[in-house]
Design a protein around this ligand. Sequence first.
Ligand SMILES: [Zn+2]
Length: 326
Amino acid sequence: MLQNKRIFSLLLVIALISFSSWGFLVHRTINQISIYNLPEPLRSFFHKDKANLVYNSVRPDIRRNTDKTEGSKHYIDLEKFGPNAVNNMPMDWATAVKKYSEDTLKEYGWGPYNAMMQLDKLTKAFKSGNADSIYFYAADLAHYIGDLHVPLHTTDNHDGQLTGQKGMHALWESTIPELTIQQYMLYNNHKATYIKDPAAALWADIRKAHALLPSMFAIEREISIQFTPDTKYRTQMRYGKETKTYTKQFAEAYAKALGQTINGQLIASANMVTDFWYTAWVNAGKPSLATSRDLNTDLDMELKSFKSNGLIKDGLLISKKSKPED
Ligand SMILES: [Zn+2]
C-alpha cells in the first residue's frame, strides 16, 4: 500500500513537472529563501513552519489534477487580451471583468487577479490570528507570485508551440534550474518592503517577465544552429506516448547563453513573496505572532549560511535535500 502510494506520488510528480509552472525545485526554493529577508517577528513565525511552507509550495499545481478551474489561476496569455495588454490591462478584477468578461479571463488566464485575491485572503488570515490559515494562504500566494515571474506564464506561446520551439516551458523552468541551481546566487540583500499598491508592483514584475520572451526565443534559435535534430532532442516514452524533450547538452548550452536570467527571476519571485507576506501582515495591523525567537538557533545558522550563499553547500536548502516524493 505504502509502496503504491509512493509510486503514485512519484508519477504525479513526473506528470506535474512536465506541464506545470516553475518546477518543484524552484517553487520550494523560493518559499524557503523568502523567509530569510523578513523582519522579526514575521521571520521567526514563518521559519517555524518552514518545512510545510516548502512542501506546500506546489500544492496549487497538485490541485490542478482535481480542479478544472485551477489551471488558469497560474498564468495569463497576454496576447489574447489585445495589443499592448501588458501595459493596458486594468489592475483590478472588477474592471477587468467589465472589459473582457469573466469567461474570457478564466479561459486565457487570470493569474495577476487571482494573486491579488490570495493576498487579500492572507491579510484576512493575519487578522483572524489563525496560524494554520496564515501558513496556508502564504504558501498559495507564494506559488502564484512565483508563476507570474516565469515569462512563459505571460504568453499564449507558453511552450514555444507557436514558433516551432515546443518544450521551452519545461526546459526553462525545470530542466535548467535542476542542472544549474548549484551555481545560483540564492542570497540577495533585499529587505522586506511595504507595498502600497501591490497590484501595480505585481504588474511591474509581470512586464519585466514578459519583456524577457523575445530574447528567450531568439537565443533558443541561435543555440539550435550548433545542434542537429538528434543532438537537440531526445524522445522518451511517457504513459505509452512518445514525448520529445530537449537533451541535456542542449539545455546546458542554452542555460549558458541565457546567463543569469533564470536565477534573476527566481530572486525576483522570492523578493516579491517576502514583500507580499510582509504587506499582508502590516495591512492586518501587525498582529503579534507567537514565536520563540530567542531559542531559534537553527534560524541563526541558516541566516549565516544564506548570507554567504551557502545553503546548498551546507545542506540547508530543503528542495535539494529531499526528493519531491519524500
Ligand atoms: Zn503553478
